[in-house]
Ligand binder design. Structure first.
Ligand code: HH2
Length: 278
Protein backbone atom coordinates (compact mmCIF):
# COMPACT_ATOMS: atom_id res chain seq x y z
CA UNK A 1 0.00 0.00 0.00
CA UNK A 2 1.67 3.22 -1.11
CA UNK A 3 0.15 6.38 0.30
CA UNK A 4 0.98 9.58 -1.53
CA UNK A 5 3.24 11.75 0.60
CA UNK A 6 1.00 14.79 0.73
CA UNK A 7 -2.32 13.12 1.22
CA UNK A 8 -4.62 14.56 2.26
CA UNK A 9 -3.66 17.96 0.92
CA UNK A 10 -4.10 20.65 3.55
CA UNK A 11 -5.95 23.77 2.41
CA UNK A 12 -5.44 26.71 4.78
CA UNK A 13 -8.40 29.10 5.21
CA UNK A 14 -7.72 32.84 4.92
CA UNK A 15 -10.87 34.93 5.20
CA UNK A 16 -10.50 38.61 4.37
CA UNK A 17 -13.92 39.41 5.77
CA UNK A 18 -15.16 41.26 8.85
CA UNK A 19 -17.71 38.53 9.70
CA UNK A 20 -16.45 35.00 8.99
CA UNK A 21 -17.48 32.67 11.79
CA UNK A 22 -13.96 32.07 13.12
CA UNK A 23 -11.33 34.30 11.52
CA UNK A 24 -13.57 37.24 10.53
CA UNK A 25 -11.99 40.62 11.26
CA UNK A 26 -8.54 39.17 12.05
CA UNK A 27 -6.87 40.15 8.79
CA UNK A 28 -8.15 43.62 8.13
CA UNK A 29 -5.25 44.83 6.01
CA UNK A 30 -3.42 43.16 3.12
CA UNK A 31 -0.24 43.20 5.28
CA UNK A 32 -1.89 41.22 8.08
CA UNK A 33 -3.39 38.80 5.58
CA UNK A 34 -0.05 38.23 3.87
CA UNK A 35 1.61 37.62 7.23
CA UNK A 36 -1.03 34.99 8.04
CA UNK A 37 -0.61 33.37 4.62
CA UNK A 38 3.15 33.12 5.17
CA UNK A 39 2.63 31.49 8.57
CA UNK A 40 0.32 28.89 7.01
CA UNK A 41 2.80 28.25 4.19
CA UNK A 42 5.64 27.82 6.72
CA UNK A 43 3.43 25.39 8.64
CA UNK A 44 3.07 23.26 5.50
CA UNK A 45 -0.15 24.32 3.76
CA UNK A 46 -0.46 22.87 0.26
CA UNK A 47 -3.12 25.38 -0.82
CA UNK A 48 -4.29 28.74 0.57
CA UNK A 49 -8.00 29.51 0.10
CA UNK A 50 -8.85 33.22 0.08
CA UNK A 51 -12.40 34.25 0.91
CA UNK A 52 -13.99 37.69 0.59
CA UNK A 53 -17.55 36.82 1.59
CA UNK A 54 -18.69 34.92 4.66
CA UNK A 55 -21.02 31.98 4.02
CA UNK A 56 -21.74 31.32 7.70
CA UNK A 57 -25.40 30.68 8.54
CA UNK A 58 -27.29 33.99 8.44
CA UNK A 59 -24.59 35.88 6.51
CA UNK A 60 -25.62 38.67 4.16
CA UNK A 61 -24.18 38.66 0.65
CA UNK A 62 -21.62 41.28 -0.41
CA UNK A 63 -21.18 42.92 -3.83
CA UNK A 64 -18.68 41.66 -6.39
CA UNK A 65 -16.80 44.97 -6.12
CA UNK A 66 -16.41 44.60 -2.38
CA UNK A 67 -15.31 40.97 -2.71
CA UNK A 68 -12.70 41.95 -5.30
CA UNK A 69 -11.49 44.83 -3.13
CA UNK A 70 -10.92 42.40 -0.26
CA UNK A 71 -9.28 39.58 -2.20
CA UNK A 72 -7.37 40.88 -5.20
CA UNK A 73 -4.53 42.88 -3.56
CA UNK A 74 -3.66 39.93 -1.32
CA UNK A 75 -3.98 37.43 -4.15
CA UNK A 76 -1.75 39.54 -6.39
CA UNK A 77 1.07 39.60 -3.80
CA UNK A 78 0.71 35.90 -3.05
CA UNK A 79 0.77 34.88 -6.70
CA UNK A 80 4.14 36.58 -7.06
CA UNK A 81 5.67 35.32 -3.85
CA UNK A 82 4.43 31.85 -2.90
CA UNK A 83 5.27 28.35 -4.03
CA UNK A 84 1.91 26.86 -2.96
CA UNK A 85 -1.35 26.64 -4.87
CA UNK A 86 -3.84 29.45 -4.41
CA UNK A 87 -7.60 29.17 -4.34
CA UNK A 88 -10.41 31.70 -4.22
CA UNK A 89 -13.68 30.94 -2.45
CA UNK A 90 -16.28 32.72 -4.56
CA UNK A 91 -19.54 32.10 -6.37
CA UNK A 92 -19.43 35.23 -8.51
CA UNK A 93 -18.19 34.93 -12.11
CA UNK A 94 -16.88 38.51 -12.04
CA UNK A 95 -14.71 37.83 -8.98
CA UNK A 96 -13.63 34.44 -10.36
CA UNK A 97 -12.54 35.98 -13.67
CA UNK A 98 -10.48 38.67 -11.95
CA UNK A 99 -8.80 36.01 -9.77
CA UNK A 100 -8.16 33.77 -12.79
CA UNK A 101 -6.60 36.71 -14.61
CA UNK A 102 -4.15 36.88 -11.70
CA UNK A 103 -3.41 33.16 -12.20
CA UNK A 104 -5.27 31.60 -9.27
CA UNK A 105 -5.10 27.77 -9.42
CA UNK A 106 -8.41 26.73 -7.84
CA UNK A 107 -11.95 28.12 -7.71
CA UNK A 108 -13.81 27.02 -4.58
CA UNK A 109 -17.50 27.32 -5.42
CA UNK A 110 -19.84 26.71 -2.48
CA UNK A 111 -22.91 27.12 -4.69
CA UNK A 112 -22.30 23.92 -6.63
CA UNK A 113 -21.00 25.46 -9.88
CA UNK A 114 -24.58 26.15 -10.93
CA UNK A 115 -23.65 29.25 -12.90
CA UNK A 116 -22.99 28.43 -16.58
CA UNK A 117 -20.67 31.46 -16.69
CA UNK A 118 -18.52 30.01 -13.91
CA UNK A 119 -18.49 26.65 -15.64
CA UNK A 120 -17.18 28.22 -18.83
CA UNK A 121 -14.51 30.11 -16.90
CA UNK A 122 -13.30 26.86 -15.34
CA UNK A 123 -13.11 25.30 -18.79
CA UNK A 124 -11.48 28.28 -20.53
CA UNK A 125 -8.87 28.98 -17.83
CA UNK A 126 -8.28 25.27 -17.21
CA UNK A 127 -8.27 25.71 -13.42
CA UNK A 128 -9.29 23.25 -10.74
CA UNK A 129 -12.72 23.66 -9.19
CA UNK A 130 -14.24 22.58 -5.89
CA UNK A 131 -17.94 21.86 -6.40
CA UNK A 132 -19.66 22.03 -3.01
CA UNK A 133 -23.20 21.11 -2.03
CA UNK A 134 -25.33 23.62 -0.15
CA UNK A 135 -29.07 23.44 0.51
CA UNK A 136 -30.59 26.92 0.22
CA UNK A 137 -28.47 30.02 0.79
CA UNK A 138 -26.36 31.08 3.79
CA UNK A 139 -29.05 33.48 4.95
CA UNK A 140 -31.62 30.73 5.64
CA UNK A 141 -29.89 27.37 5.12
CA UNK A 142 -29.95 26.27 8.77
CA UNK A 143 -33.62 27.09 9.35
CA UNK A 144 -35.05 23.67 8.63
CA UNK A 145 -32.87 21.60 6.27
CA UNK A 146 -34.67 18.54 4.89
CA UNK A 147 -33.64 15.62 2.67
CA UNK A 148 -35.27 12.37 1.57
CA UNK A 149 -31.93 10.69 2.17
CA UNK A 150 -29.11 13.13 2.79
CA UNK A 151 -26.27 10.92 1.52
CA UNK A 152 -28.08 9.94 -1.67
CA UNK A 153 -29.43 13.44 -2.32
CA UNK A 154 -26.03 15.11 -1.90
CA UNK A 155 -24.28 12.42 -3.92
CA UNK A 156 -26.80 12.70 -6.77
CA UNK A 157 -26.49 16.49 -6.75
CA UNK A 158 -22.67 16.41 -6.89
CA UNK A 159 -22.67 13.69 -9.57
CA UNK A 160 -25.07 15.77 -11.63
CA UNK A 161 -23.04 18.99 -11.25
CA UNK A 162 -19.82 17.18 -12.21
CA UNK A 163 -21.54 15.65 -15.24
CA UNK A 164 -22.88 19.04 -16.26
CA UNK A 165 -19.40 20.55 -16.01
CA UNK A 166 -17.93 17.69 -18.05
CA UNK A 167 -20.60 18.24 -20.73
CA UNK A 168 -19.37 21.79 -21.35
CA UNK A 169 -15.76 20.64 -21.59
CA UNK A 170 -14.40 20.77 -18.03
CA UNK A 171 -11.89 17.91 -17.61
CA UNK A 172 -12.33 15.20 -14.96
CA UNK A 173 -8.91 16.11 -13.56
CA UNK A 174 -10.16 19.64 -12.81
CA UNK A 175 -12.99 18.57 -10.49
CA UNK A 176 -13.01 18.16 -6.69
CA UNK A 177 -16.24 17.35 -4.83
CA UNK A 178 -17.30 18.51 -1.36
CA UNK A 179 -20.53 17.48 0.43
CA UNK A 180 -20.59 20.84 2.26
CA UNK A 181 -20.52 20.13 6.00
CA UNK A 182 -22.77 22.63 7.80
CA UNK A 183 -24.33 24.08 4.65
CA UNK A 184 -28.05 23.38 5.10
CA UNK A 185 -27.37 20.32 7.30
CA UNK A 186 -28.49 19.32 10.80
CA UNK A 187 -26.13 17.61 13.22
CA UNK A 188 -27.47 14.24 12.09
CA UNK A 189 -27.12 15.15 8.40
CA UNK A 190 -23.46 16.04 9.03
CA UNK A 191 -22.89 12.74 10.82
CA UNK A 192 -24.48 10.74 8.00
CA UNK A 193 -22.33 12.51 5.39
CA UNK A 194 -19.13 12.05 7.40
CA UNK A 195 -19.82 8.35 7.96
CA UNK A 196 -20.63 7.58 4.31
CA UNK A 197 -17.67 9.12 2.54
CA UNK A 198 -17.17 6.04 0.35
CA UNK A 199 -20.35 7.04 -1.45
CA UNK A 200 -18.65 10.26 -2.55
CA UNK A 201 -15.26 8.67 -3.26
CA UNK A 202 -17.07 6.23 -5.58
CA UNK A 203 -17.93 9.12 -7.92
CA UNK A 204 -14.26 9.02 -8.98
CA UNK A 205 -13.21 12.58 -8.11
CA UNK A 206 -11.05 13.80 -5.23
CA UNK A 207 -13.15 14.58 -2.15
CA UNK A 208 -12.64 17.61 0.06
CA UNK A 209 -14.09 18.17 3.55
CA UNK A 210 -14.38 21.49 5.38
CA UNK A 211 -15.12 20.56 8.98
CA UNK A 212 -12.76 22.98 10.71
CA UNK A 213 -14.19 24.57 13.89
CA UNK A 214 -17.74 24.14 12.58
CA UNK A 215 -20.80 24.18 14.79
CA UNK A 216 -21.36 20.39 14.74
CA UNK A 217 -18.15 20.18 16.82
CA UNK A 218 -19.58 22.74 19.19
CA UNK A 219 -22.83 20.81 19.45
CA UNK A 220 -21.13 17.52 20.22
CA UNK A 221 -18.43 18.87 22.53
CA UNK A 222 -20.13 21.91 24.03
CA UNK A 223 -17.19 24.05 22.92
CA UNK A 224 -17.12 27.61 21.60
CA UNK A 225 -15.60 28.28 18.19
CA UNK A 226 -12.29 29.34 19.81
CA UNK A 227 -12.01 25.96 21.52
CA UNK A 228 -12.66 23.55 18.67
CA UNK A 229 -9.10 22.85 17.46
CA UNK A 230 -8.86 19.52 19.29
CA UNK A 231 -12.24 18.44 17.96
CA UNK A 232 -11.24 19.50 14.46
CA UNK A 233 -8.06 17.41 14.71
CA UNK A 234 -9.94 14.35 15.91
CA UNK A 235 -12.21 14.54 12.88
CA UNK A 236 -9.21 15.24 10.60
CA UNK A 237 -7.57 11.98 11.74
CA UNK A 238 -10.79 10.12 11.02
CA UNK A 239 -10.96 11.75 7.57
CA UNK A 240 -7.37 10.69 6.84
CA UNK A 241 -8.35 7.12 7.67
CA UNK A 242 -11.25 7.47 5.23
CA UNK A 243 -8.80 8.52 2.46
CA UNK A 244 -10.29 11.98 2.02
CA UNK A 245 -8.13 13.88 -0.48
CA UNK A 246 -8.24 17.46 0.83
CA UNK A 247 -8.94 19.00 4.23
CA UNK A 248 -9.92 22.68 4.41
CA UNK A 249 -8.79 23.92 7.83
CA UNK A 250 -8.00 27.04 9.85
CA UNK A 251 -5.23 25.45 11.94
CA UNK A 252 -2.72 24.35 9.34
CA UNK A 253 0.25 23.49 11.60
CA UNK A 254 -1.73 21.13 13.83
CA UNK A 255 -3.31 19.35 10.86
CA UNK A 256 0.04 18.97 9.08
CA UNK A 257 1.46 17.41 12.26
CA UNK A 258 -1.48 15.02 12.45
CA UNK A 259 -0.89 14.06 8.82
CA UNK A 260 2.83 13.46 9.45
CA UNK A 261 2.02 11.08 12.31
CA UNK A 262 -0.68 9.36 10.32
CA UNK A 263 1.73 8.75 7.46
CA UNK A 264 4.40 7.55 9.86
CA UNK A 265 2.01 5.00 11.32
CA UNK A 266 1.00 3.80 7.89
CA UNK A 267 4.61 3.60 6.70
CA UNK A 268 5.21 1.05 9.49
CA UNK A 269 2.13 -0.89 8.36
CA UNK A 270 3.41 -0.86 4.78
CA UNK A 271 6.78 -2.23 5.97
CA UNK A 272 4.98 -5.04 7.81
CA UNK A 273 2.93 -6.02 4.79
CA UNK A 274 6.15 -5.81 2.73
CA UNK A 275 7.86 -8.22 5.18
CA UNK A 276 4.95 -10.62 4.93
CA UNK A 277 5.18 -10.60 1.17
CA UNK A 278 8.85 -11.67 1.24
N1 HH2 B 1 -16.78 26.07 4.47
C1 HH2 B 1 -16.76 27.42 4.58
C2 HH2 B 1 -16.40 28.22 3.50
N2 HH2 B 1 -16.05 27.66 2.32
N3 HH2 B 1 -15.69 25.77 1.00
C3 HH2 B 1 -15.71 24.43 0.86
N4 HH2 B 1 -15.37 23.89 -0.30
N5 HH2 B 1 -16.07 23.60 1.89
C4 HH2 B 1 -16.44 24.08 3.11
O1 HH2 B 1 -16.79 23.29 4.00
C5 HH2 B 1 -16.43 25.51 3.28
C6 HH2 B 1 -16.04 26.32 2.19
C7 HH2 B 1 -17.11 28.06 5.87
O2 HH2 B 1 -15.96 28.29 6.64
P1 HH2 B 1 -15.19 29.68 6.74
O3 HH2 B 1 -14.66 30.10 5.41
O4 HH2 B 1 -14.19 29.56 7.83
O5 HH2 B 1 -16.29 30.70 7.25
P2 HH2 B 1 -17.12 31.86 6.55
O6 HH2 B 1 -17.98 31.24 5.50
O7 HH2 B 1 -17.90 32.44 7.70
O8 HH2 B 1 -16.16 32.84 5.96
Amino acid sequence: MNRKLNKPLIMGVLNLTPDSFYDGGRYNSPEEALRRARVMIDEGADIIDLGGESTRPGADPVSADEEKRRILPVLESLVQSTPVKLSVDTSKPEVARAALDLDVDVLNVVTGLESPKLMRLVRDYDCEVVIMHMQGSPRTMQENPKYDNVVRDVRDYLANRAEQARSVGVGSDQIILDPGIGFGKTLEHNRKLLTNLDTFKELGYPVMIGHSRKSFLGEVLGRSVENRETGTLAVSCYLMQQSVDLLRVHDVGANVEARTLYQWLYASQDEKSGDQNH
